[in-house]
Design a protein around this ligand. Structure first.
Ligand SMILES: NC(=O)c1ccc[n+]([C@@H]2O[C@H](COP(=O)([O-])OP(=O)(O)OC[C@H]3O[C@@H](n4cnc5c(N)ncnc54)[C@H](O)[C@@H]3O)[C@@H](O)[C@H]2O)c1
Length: 304
């Protein structure tokens, strides 16, 4: 018996890297998987059916069920078609893993409009669009049956978005948006029986191989399969009750990461003045901040 027997999943960007491992593990555990991948370059240009089809072939050769999809997950019509394909081919949709991504790193003062737009579109809209159509399907299903649907969404953030990484204003803004959107979606969809969580992975893939000086030890530690285990836990009933959370996995360490919240407070009975705030600065900063963890990934040339 597999953990996902009878379930239908979509994984975006599943032709390579982390998404590939997620699709393989979901299928190994019994899910029928729509393997979405546009098949473009690391920076997002171009398209190729090869990566998605190869993963499908691998799943089918191992006795699993899968179908390739090469839609751009950040296209409204592509996202709708992808969700429809899962329902028409395999009869339902139970799990959506939003994973597809690209990088176009530049310091803010050198970034072009195109570099900003492309990265924000693939990540932020590329997460929202498939979720929007999956959510509409689950809402209708829940209304039709009068029951909760027991579905899951797993999004993909990054420590770049959680902690901020120089050279990635476009990517970090999108990833922070994805972490926030996870909380919104968890609140909106809980009533229909949908849990929404987020992974913040660190893995050696084509996105990171030139940033990490890869070696065998690092490759073993940062195997993308390691991330797939966390995503599949979030996508399974074994994580029942968990929603709106960000799980970071880096090598042998897994953490729940939580964000913005008040840590100190000052009060005033009358309208604030600049001076009144300045006078209480020490109270505002009275709690020692452990600081954000050191950053593993840094663009090699900070002026690039
Ligand atoms: N590798 C890491 O350490 C790391 C760290 C933080 C976050 N992430 C995130 O994990 C996710 C997977 O990254 P990866 O490292 O496996 O990269 P990867 O380049 O190996 O795989 C990403 C896949 O997404 C596909 N893709 C890109 N744009 C697409 C689109 N519009 N529609 C459909 N498919 C598209 C690509 O063709 C590619 O196969 C990304 O969201 C990335 O930002 C990765």
């Amino acid at each position: 018996m597999g953990l996902f027997d009878g379930k239908v999943a979509i994984v975006t960007g599943a032709g390579r890297g982390i998404g590939r491992e997620e699709a393989l593990l979901l299928a190994k555990e019994g899910a029928a998987v729509v393997v979405n991948d546009l098949g473009g370059a690391r920076t997002g240009e171009g398209s190729d059916v090869g990566p998605a089809q190869q993963v499908v072939d691998e799943i089918v050769a191992a006795g699993g069920r899968a179908a390739a999809n090469t839609d751009d997950c950040s296209s409204w019509t592509g996202a709708e078609a992808m969700v429809n394909q899962a329902i028409e081919t395999f009869g339902s949709l139970d799990i959506l893993v939003n994973n597809a991504g690209i990088l176009r790193d530049k310091m803010s003062f050198n970034m072009t409009e195109e570099e900003w737009d492309a990265v924000v579109k693939v990540h932020l809209k590329g997460h929202f669009a498939p979720t929007r159509f999956a959510a509409a399907y689950w809402r209708q299903k829940s209304k039709d049956t009068g029951e909760k649907v027991n579905a899951k969404v797993v999004n993909t953030a990054s420590e770049s978005g959680l902690y901020g990484n120089a050279g990635q204003a476009n990517y970090a803004a999108a990833k922070a948006g994805i972490a926030s959107m996870t909380i919104v979606l968890a609140r909106e969809l809980e009533r229909f029986g949908v849990r929404v969580n987020c992974i913040a992975p660190v893995a050696l893939t084509r996105l990171t191989e030139d940033l990490m000086a890869p070696n065998d030890d690092l490759a073993a530690k940062l195997d993308p399969a390691n991330i797939a285990a966390g995503v599949c836990w979030l996508a399974s009933d074994l994580s029942e009750g968990v929603t709106g959370q960000v799980l970071k996995i880096q090598g042998g360490v897994a953490q729940i990461v939580q964000g913005w919240r008040p840590i100190t407070e000052i009060t005033s009975d009358s309208a604030w003045t600049i001076e009144a705030i300045a006078a209480q600065r020490a109270t505002l900063f009275s709690k020692s901040d452990p600081g954000v963890p050191p950053f593993l990934l840094n663009i090699s040339d900070p002026t690039a």
